[in-house]
Design a protein. Structure first.
Length: 393
């Protein structure tokens, strides 16, 4: 079946967070795709809506089977259904688990630059953000193992928030890397909370490794956040899961999610997730091809037209990490200028911590015509900023 990733859909007037922008603006910031959901998912939602009844929902056996089957077939991980707890979203899981499994004032460690909600989930709950900056050699990122172990060894460090795959760098952590992280955390008695929401958005031919699948220690000492929302563009349906193989840890997670009242599904959350994980494979594979082609387009465009910027190599997600550091520019100022001059709305990298202030994050999950428009605006904005910066000197 051929799937349509090229039709431009007007999302203005639909209460879209992403498109709550001025008329001339092109938002390419938040991780929200401009594609209609897979038709199989839309059909499931329509069938559910046809009943006209939207009372309280339960979590049926089919939901557990759909998730376990997907991870077994797509990712080679034999997950057990008893390990899963429904939740209304990954960020709610992060906040709930942080509150339950750490105490105020303790350190929660993050490897930066990283997803901005990691910081708010930690700080809003009275915990301390402890950064272990990823090492950057001007082309790619790697873990600074010496720094990571030193901070894990701090007795105040209670939890590591892991982003697997990594947002915003697009890194796919190898099995060996994850095993080393797992052993360090086990040695220093630090729990791992792994956000794996982007796991299905790998480049064609590339596969992600579930953290819990790597070793017995990784499995026993972790909670994993799973969801169909990024891969299938279903964030507004509030459907996710926490996965904890260790029974004692899982009980604490279950209590946390229920205490915070985030463990009950809305009327469409279950049906959409089941349809995604049982019928969405072909659509997802076509999407991954489309995104991969978009990455190639951006890379070639920058090399030919915008040598002031460079693209950090990415193996996952549709979020590109654009390095503007060699020009000595602040991404906050550059992003603001580009938006004011062209309407292109990108994420300034400073909000991701670490060395993020030299980067812009760009969401390319959109029809090709819209991406081409975005690149033209990016070129115009960078050239305008270059002239502005030169005149200012």
């Amino acid at each position: 079946m051929n799937y349509d990733f090229d039709t431009l859909i007007d999302r203005r007037g639909t209460h879209s967070l992403k498109w709550s922008a001025a008329e001339n603006e092109l938002p390419m910031w938040v991780a929200d795709m401009d594609f209609a959901a897979a038709p199989e998912i839309t059909a499931a939602i329509k069938a559910r809506a046809a009943s006209g009844l939207f009372g309280y929902s339960t979590v049926p056996e089919e939901w557990y089977e759909a998730i376990c089957g997907w991870w077994r077939e797509r990712h080679g991980f034999a997950m057990e259904k008893d390990w899963l707890v429904f939740a209304s979203g990954v960020v709610p899981i992060l906040s709930s688990v942080i509150r339950k499994l750490t105490t105020p004032g303790e350190n929660v460690l993050v490897m930066t630059p990283v997803y901005g909600c990691f910081f708010s989930s930690i700080r809003n709950n009275g915990r301390r953000v402890l950064e272990s900056p990823l090492a950057y050699d001007g082309a790619a990122y790697r873990i600074d193992w010496e720094d990571l172990e030193r901070k894990l060894a701090d007795p105040q460090t209670a939890l590591l928030l892991l982003c697997n795959p990594h947002n915003p760098t697009g890194n796919l952590w190898s099995r060996e890397t994850l095993a080393r992280i797992g052993e360090l955390c086990w040695t220093h008695h630090v729990l791992v909370l792994s956000d794996e929401i982007h796991c299905d958005l790998t480049d064609p031919g590339r596969a992600y490794v579930p953290f819990a699948s790597v070793s017995a220690h990784c499995m026993q000492n972790s909670v994993t956040c799973l969801a169909p929302t990024k891969a299938f563009n279903l964030a507004g349906l509030q459907t996710a899961a926490a996965m904890a193989p260790d029974p004692t840890l899982r009980h604490k997670v279950w209590r946390a999610l229920n205490t915070d009242e985030i463990a009950e599904p809305n009327a469409f959350a279950i049906d959409a997730a089941i349809a995604a994980f049982t019928q969405g494979g072909a659509w997802l594979d076509a999407l991954r091809e489309h995104i991969s082609a978009g990455k190639t387009l951006v890379r070639e465009f920058l090399a030919a037209e915008l040598t002031q910027l460079s693209l950090v190599p990415s193996q996952a997600t549709y979020l590109l990490w654009l390095d503007c550091g060699k020009a000595g520019w602040s991404s906050q100022e550059l992003a603001r200028h580009i938006r004011n001059e062209t309407g292109l709305w990108l994420s300034p990298g400073a909000e991701f911590g670490g060395n993020g202030d030299r980067f812009l994050r760009m969401n390319i999950a959109c029809p090709r015509k819209r991406l081409t428009d975005g690149l033209a605006r990016l070129q115009k904005g960078v050239r305008s900023y270059e002239a502005f910066a030169t005149a200012r000197c």
